[in-house]
Write a protein that binds this ligand. Structure first.
Ligand SMILES: [Zn+2]
Length: 333
């Protein structure tokens, strides 16, 4: 590919391959999609950064879905950020939301920027849902003070056994008198033709006591040279390169892999879009008892529901709701 021949594009996932290193990957850049999500909620900066990273990771992983389906990333933890949910609906829709403890965020002070410090202890779950006739798959990683990059590495080590390296970055850009959020990510995976080359460095010794010979034992045979090289190159990626609006993904890839040769594939455009609807709200209403629904009626005599993802408000007439839930549910998804 020719340097300088590419325009930087936002809200795009670019798949690529470095065949000489048996490595494949994707670069994602989120512009207006992530700015829409983060600005709408007005999250504290630290929460916005964490959710931006989660969204970039979700798009990197969800973009592999070949069919209609959903990739969902979810955290539940005891830190200042109690919960994050990011949905990627194939082929191109992204939505995200976070719940946080404002008191704990304030207690962390304005310097708190590291996602790991905000998540605390809990779990990160990644779910692939390909619809009713296909199986649902879920992988879970314990959150023990690590951020999304390290959690993703653990997930692929444990659940998929694919050597994987992920870089994520979030930044605010000031232009035309307003600030706008940006997020970016890079993921590479080692996928050699022969599976025995996929050996990875051993996991940390864990519970083996200090001084035990097994703890001091030299690591088993090392990782494949091609993977060691690919990983080292990815680790040179600077945060600003992932979020720079002027730097095309192709240029970043060229900077990293030009000595080995890198091939890019058809880019995939994505956008922010919620999938909430009055029908889905009604479907949820059916799962509550009549008493629960009665308790939802506000002082104005209406049932008001606000979507946690897109903040859209649904203003429902309780009598209409009761009439509708009495009808059999339409079988649309
Ligand atoms: Zn919504």
């Amino acid at each position: 590919m020719k340097l300088g021949a590419f325009e930087a594009a936002d809200d795009v996932v670019l798949p690529f391959a470095v065949e000489a290193l048996d490595t494949r990957g994707r670069v994602v850049r989120l512009g207006s999609s992530i700015d829409t999500i983060l600005s709408r909620h007005g999250y504290p900066d630290a929460v916005a950064r964490a959710l931006g990273e989660a969204a970039a990771l979700t798009v990197l992983l969800g973009a592999s879905l070949k069919f209609e389906g959903r990739f969902q990333l979810q955290t539940k933890s005891d830190g200042a950020i109690e919960m994050i949910v990011v949905d990627f609906d194939a082929p191109d829709r992204l939505r995200a939301t976070a719940r946080f403890d404002a008191g704990k965020i304030a207690a962390l002070g304005p310097g708190a920027r590291k996602t790991a410090d905000l998540l605390g202890q809990g779990i990160l779950a990644m779910t692939i849902d390909q619809g009713s006739e296909r199986s649902r798959y879920q992988g879970v990683v314990a959150l023990e003070g690590q951020g999304f990059e390290e959690a993703a590495h653990q997930y692929f080590r444990q659940s998929e056994q694919i050597p994987t390296r992920v870089r994520l970055a979030v930044a605010e850009e000031f232009s035309a008198g307003r600030r706008a959020w940006r997020a970016g990510g890079l993921m590479v995976q080692f996928l050699p033709a022969s599976p025995e080359r996929m050996r990875q460095a051993d996991l940390p010794p864990g519970d083996i006591p200090e001084g035990h010979p097994a703890r001091e034992a030299p690591p088993a045979a090392g990782e494949d040279d091609a993977w060691v090289e690919a990983k080292a190159l990815v680790d040179t990626t600077e945060d600003h390169e992932l979020v720079d609006p002027e730097l095309a993904s192709e240029r970043l890839l060229y900077r990293l892999f030009h000595e080995r040769g890198v091939r890019v594939f058809e880019p995939l455009s994505i956008h922010e879009e919620c999938r909430c609807s009055r029908e889905r709200i009604m479907s949820m209403m059916r799962r509550f008892s009549r008493e629960d629904r009665r308790d939802m009626v506000g002082d104005d005599g209406r049932i008001g529901i606000t979507c946690e993802f897109c903040s859209r408000m649904y203003d429902l007439d309780p009598a209409e709701v009761e009439a509708e839930v009495a009808q059999p549910e339409a079988s649309s998804p």
